[in-house]
Design a protein around this ligand. Structure first.
Ligand SMILES: [Zn+2]
Length: 363
């Protein structure tokens, strides 16, 4: 039996649908799977959607429309045309949550202990940390420290750990972006009001992700030249705030402005070329240059290819209806966003470790 016919069989008769909309009795409001027990609302076609949900005319079926919030939440575990969109970014969020936890474990022994108690396989981290209270305090001090790391002596290996907050700002922003995207795909089928709110939250999440991605590279690369930190980080933060402000206008949220929205984000991301060229010029002889370039090149490529899928709506525009459940452009876009974010995470670790190793020259 095809998925479509399965759903058709589950569809309630027309009077039941009318009763659903009018808030009819409990018995008519709900419908049952053939096996009984589980209650479910019907999936509808593109043409049955209210106008505000008509976002992609090449996805023809399996839409949830105006579902109660509980049903929308439970649809996390059923098949419809947003299932993969929800799960790709939810899994991405879990990955970044795990990375945050593991990294916190390196600097805060209490977190490492907690992870140990949860039987997390991080024996290595556990070996490297101590529950000594003095170390706890110095770790905490290091975390909030905003000044450059202590000076490095030439030829010395690890001098001191530099401050970690720009790295955690990136991790927190990535988690915010991925979680708000998941929530948007899961719940925006509930009502027009929630749809508008969640779509704006999703855009804000993307802008936040772009802004916070600037923090580790800019902070660590220009750590010994702090006025460049201020210039670049305040410029991208202002651009992010401006972009979010522009996207809050209902006009720009409309489906037909898809390309304009994407181009705003692309412009924000590509503005990173300016500090990147600056950074390459001043660190030309740094041995880790090629590693970080490879990571950041992969990030840029992932984001740009992902945006191209988002804008062109390939492949579903070639075969409308064929990719309703799996393989649609938005799912590819989501997967590439995670790939790009992970590549950037790899680069951020290298930038941070490089600064740990070389510190700042004496002035
Ligand atoms: Zn999305």
């Amino acid at each position: 039996m095809t998925m479509e016919s399965a759903y058709e069989e589950l569809a309630p008769p027309a009077p039941a649908v009318a009763a659903m909309k009018e808030g009819g009795s409990k018995k008519t409001k709900k419908q049952r799977w053939e096996g009984g027990g589980e209650k479910k609302y019907r999936l509808v076609s593109y043409h049955e959607l209210p106008d505000y949900m008509k976002e992609n005319e090449f996805i023809l079926n399996y839409y949830r429309s105006e579902w109660p919030i509980l049903n929308a939440v439970l649809s996390l575990f059923s098949w419809h045309n947003e299932t993969i969109n929800i799960w790709t970014h939810l899994l991405g969020f879990m990955v970044f949550f795990g990375l945050t936890f593991l990294n916190l474990g390196q600097y805060f022994p209490q977190v490492a202990d907690l992870i140990g108690h949860l039987s997390w396989p991080i024996s290595k981290v556990g070996e490297n940390v101590s529950s000594n209270i003095g170390e706890v305090l110095s770790s905490a001090a290091m975390f909030v420290q905003t000044n450059p790391a202590p000076l490095a002596s030439a030829g010395m290996a690890v001098v001191s750990q530099t401050t970690r907050w720009p790295f955690f700002v990136f991790l927190a922003g990535a988690m915010f972006c991925l979680l708000s995207s998941s929530a948007c795909h899961l719940l925006s089928c509930h009502s027009h009001r929630l749809n508008v709110f969640l779509i704006r939250l999703d855009y804000a999440g993307i802008a936040v992700m772009i802004v916070v991605s600037f923090f580790p590279p800019i902070y660590y690369i220009f750590q010994c030249d702090p006025h460049w930190q201020v210039v670049y980080l305040s410029a991208i933060t202002a651009a992010g705030v401006g972009t979010v402000y522009a996207l809050m206008s209902p006009r720009l949220s409309a489906a037909r402005y898809r390309a304009h929205r994407a181009l705003l984000f692309v412009a924000m991301g590509l503005s990173g070329i300016i500090p990147a060229v600056h950074a390459i010029a001043v660190n030309w002889h740094e041995p880790r240059r090629n590693v970080t370039l490879a990571y950041e090149g992969s990030m840029a490529l992932s984001y740009l290819i992902g945006t191209a899928f988002y804008m062109t709506r390939v492949p579903e525009r070639w075969r409308p209806g064929m990719f309703d459940l799996c393989g649609q452009s938005h799912q590819i876009f989501h997967a590439l966003v995670i790939a790009g974010a992970l590549a950037h995470y790899g680069a951020a670790v290298v930038f941070m470790q490089a600064r740990d190793d070389i510190g700042c020259p004496a002035k």
